[in-house]
Write a protein that binds this ligand. Structure first.
Ligand SMILES: Cc1cc2nc3c(=O)[nH]c(=O)nc-3n(C[C@H](O)[C@H](O)[C@H](O)COP(=O)(O)O)c2cc1C
Length: 271
């Protein structure tokens, strides 16, 4: 598959507008798909460092650079992380696991070395900012790895047991691993297709927020997602029903409804 219009059709399951710009970066971004089956081969030389350089090159709020990343290659540690993330086998198989860390501890140390307090770090705004910067950095790394022919999958399951993860990775107070990322060579015979996404009539609001096309757009997406599930030999389901059930109760949070208390214990006051 190539060409932006073809990629658009695959992503949205309807025709592309005329005159879309087309370039290798757009094509790479639109070819994203999560990879959960990996060859055990190591990453090519320099791939990890190039991926992190891409992460470091992302924009960062006030240039505070309030994130860190722990690269785990040790098999036993990956095995334990796979268990902590709810038994996700791909963490064990992929040769590298990156734990993306919201890191307010470095700013605290920098202030302390200058004999200053770091009161601002106790506010929820700083945590929100750090989380946003960490996610932006991680996504730059994803794109960089994909540009090298590597595959990735984010692991939000890492937050199922944030305190155990912090202990395992020796994280200091005021840090938390907000998301993980498996990185490796995709196993070619076992790859997913390109999962469709909500159309722009649902997600792109012009000038002001507008839901007039939402019901139609969601119905179309339910059909597109069902077709994708069918093609992949996965159980049929309506996406809107799945997500509605997911948000119906706190139980849909897989035990993470206690996150605020966990973050408090990890040193984030969240005032
Ligand atoms: C923050 C975040 C956390 C995620 N956590 C997991 C996870 O724990 N396990 C997993 O298999 N996929 C995880 N994913 C991948 C999503 O399931 C995937 O991106 C989504 O279904 C869309 O599929 P695609 O990436 O192949 O297009 C996560 C994605 C994001 C952005």
């Amino acid at each position: 598959m190539s060409g932006i219009s073809s990629l658009w059709r695959t992503r949205y399951r309807h025709d592309a507008p005329q005159d879309l710009p087309d370039n290798p970066t757009l094509q790479l971004l639109m070819k994203h798909h999560s990879v959960r089956s990996y060859l055990p081969d190591e990453l090519p030389a320099g791939a990890l460092e190039a991926g992190i350089a891409a992460a470091s090159s992302a924009a960062t709020s006030s240039n505070l650079q309030a994130w860190s990343v722990v690269a785990v290659q040790d098999k036993e540690t990956r095995k334990r992380l796979a268990e902590l993330a709810g038994g996700q086998k791909h963490i064990e198989v992929a040769p590298v696991f990156l734990a993306w860390i919201v890191d307010l501890s470095r700013l605290e140390r920098i202030a302390a070395r200058r004999g200053l307090e770091s009161e601002a770090l106790d506010y929820e705004e700083m945590f929100l900012m750090g989380t946003l910067d960490t996610g932006i950095a991680a996504q730059n790394a994803v794109t960089a790895f994909e540009s090298m022919g590597l595959g990735t999958v984010y692991i939000g399951g890492l937050r199922n047991h944030s305190e155990e993860v912090a202990q395992l990775l020796k994280l200091p107070p005021k840090t938390v691993a907000v998301v993980g990322l498996c990185v490796g060579r995709p196993e070619p015979s076992k790859q997913n297709g390109y999962k469709p996404r909500l159309s722009q009539k649902v997600v792109l609001h012009r000038e002001v927020y507008d839901t007039t096309q939402e019901v139609d757009g969601i119905a179309e997406y339910d059909r597109a997602d069902s077709a994708y599930q069918h093609e992949q030999g996965l159980p049929q389901r309506a996406w809107s029903e799945t997500v509605a059930k997911r948000v119906e109760s706190y139980r849909g949070l897989s035990g993470r409804h206690v996150m605020k208390a966990v973050l408090n214990r990890l040193g984030f006051s969240l005032k």
